[in-house]
Ligand binder design. Structure first.
Ligand code: PLP
Length: 408
């Protein structure tokens, strides 16, 4: 079935909103996604008959448990057909990184060991590794970027040593859109016995993801960037690694047997899901995953790349505009600056025309440092984004420049 953007758009109530009297143009998908009606319905339905999961024998609890666990199956399929018990529900990508850093990380990384990240990581996939290294007396190494905002594989490889225990990289950069050569990085990491953690927060909504083809050991993403609710996300991990990891948080639901002074743990994934989970959020995520699958991730990726080519061509004509990050492999996202105009002023100017773009350091200050900037403007695309909207953005940026008194 051909990818029909107008059919996709009709499913998003947010797109019927007007902002400053104009139809909303949502170009901030990298920050969070708008939600299709099926997700809103699933969330409402879950809350209308609220019940806890895994605990009750009564009908509502059995229904909630079955809807909750169905999401695990949907996610297992989404990630390329992994085992359902390798799918752990967490609060989001940030929590997934912290979980791995504080369990597997503490067990594997010791004095004098090394953890390797890249210079384009979001703070969420950087600060927890900084903390781990500081705590363990380990060294954090950073693979550098080139002038296009790509991670040079040779430079990355040169930083992997016999002391490298863990490598943590983004699948795609939120600040630049760069897609990383994860498969090749996995081979390099595994050659020295290191574990590869992949932050999939940005890649997940832009096309197919097959964690086995990527060769990684962990993959994390947030529901809210995949058309689902906030407050929930996924950590996928290889079963043997999850088995080897101690619990992260403890309490109800993650224990097998509890005695007065001791307890034993359940198997993964439940070992890592202490307490009442975000039942509503997980059910909403399931609806989002099923909806995304119904579009076809490969068709979404084609659409995304068409949008990217269109945006690059149109924005290149905007006087004074300079792209930041021009990697050869990218998701649908463009970062840019404009001569003599602060990114925030651009953001405010286009907001007055109903357009949402993101401005700032995008929680990726090492990326900004690489380009000698404090902020960029970023337009990021959704499955419902149209080329007409990108034309509107380009003309709004030209008007913004003029309204700020810059002739060209
Ligand atoms: N990693 C990347 C690449 C991101 O873009 C983000 C969010 O913008 C995160 C991690 C953190 O995700 P969350 O705030 O949903 O935990």
């Amino acid at each position: 079935m051909a990818f029909d953007v107008s059919t996709v758009r009709a499913q998003f109530p947010a797109l019927r909103r007007r902002v400053h009297g104009r139809p909303l143009v949502w170009l901030d998908a990298a920050s969070t996604s708008q939600k299709p009606q099926v997700v809103l319905d699933a969330v409402l339905h879950a809350m209308e008959g609220a019940a806890n999961v895994h605990r009750g024998v009564h009908t509502l609890s059995v229904e909630a448990t079955s809807a909750f666990e169905a999401t695990r199956d949907s996610v297992a399929t989404l990630l390329g057909g992994v085992a359902r018990d390798e799918v752990v529900f967490v609060r989001g990508t940030t929590e997934a990184v912290n979980l791995v850093a504080q369990t597997l990380g503490r067990a594997r990384v010791g004095q004098g060991d090394e953890v390797l990240v890249t210079q384009l990581e979001h703070h969420s996939n950087l600060v927890p590794w900084q903390q781990l290294c500081a705590e363990r007396g380990a060294t954090l190494r950073t693979a550098p970027l080139d002038e296009l905002g790509q991670v040079d594989l040779a430079a990355f490889t040169a930083l992997v040593t016999e002391r490298t225990r863990l490598v943590a990289v983004a699948h795609a950069s939120n600040a630049l859109g760069t897609v990383l050569p994860v498969r090749a990085m996995a081979d390099v990491a595994h050659a020295v016995g290191a574990v590869l953690f992949v932050d999939g927060a940005q890649a997940i909504a832009h096309g197919p993801v097959d964690v086995n083809a990527l060769g990684c050991d962990f993959y994390a993403f947030s529901s809210h960037k995949l058309y689902g609710p906030t407050g929930v996300g996924v950590l996928w991990g290889r079963r043997a690694l999850l088995d080897s990891m101690p619990p992260w948080q403890s309490g109800g639901d993650m224990v097998a047997e509890v005695e007065r002074t001791s307890a034993t743990w359940r198997e993964p994934p439940h070992r890592f899901e202490a307490g009442t989970p975000d039942v509503t959020g997980v059910i909403g995520l399931g609806a989002a995953v099923d909806w995304f699958q119904s579009l076809g991730p490969a068709a979404v990726a084609d659409h995304d790349q068409r949008l990217l080519r269109h945006a690059m061509a149109r924005l290149a004509d905007v006087p004074g505009l300079r792209f930041i990050g021009e990697a050869s492999a990218r998701i649908g996202l463009v970062s840019f600056v404009m001569d003599d105009v602060h990114a925030h002023d651009l953001g405010s100017a286009v907001d007055r025309e109903g357009m949402a773009i993101r401005t700032g350091h995008h929680c990726a200050q090492p990326v900004m440092a690489h380009f000698g900037l404090s902020a960029t403007a970023r337009a990021s695309f959704s499955a419902f984004t149209t080329t007409d909207e990108l034309d509107l953005l380009a003309s709004a940026l030209v008007r913004a420049r003029r309204s700020l008194g810059l002739a060209r």
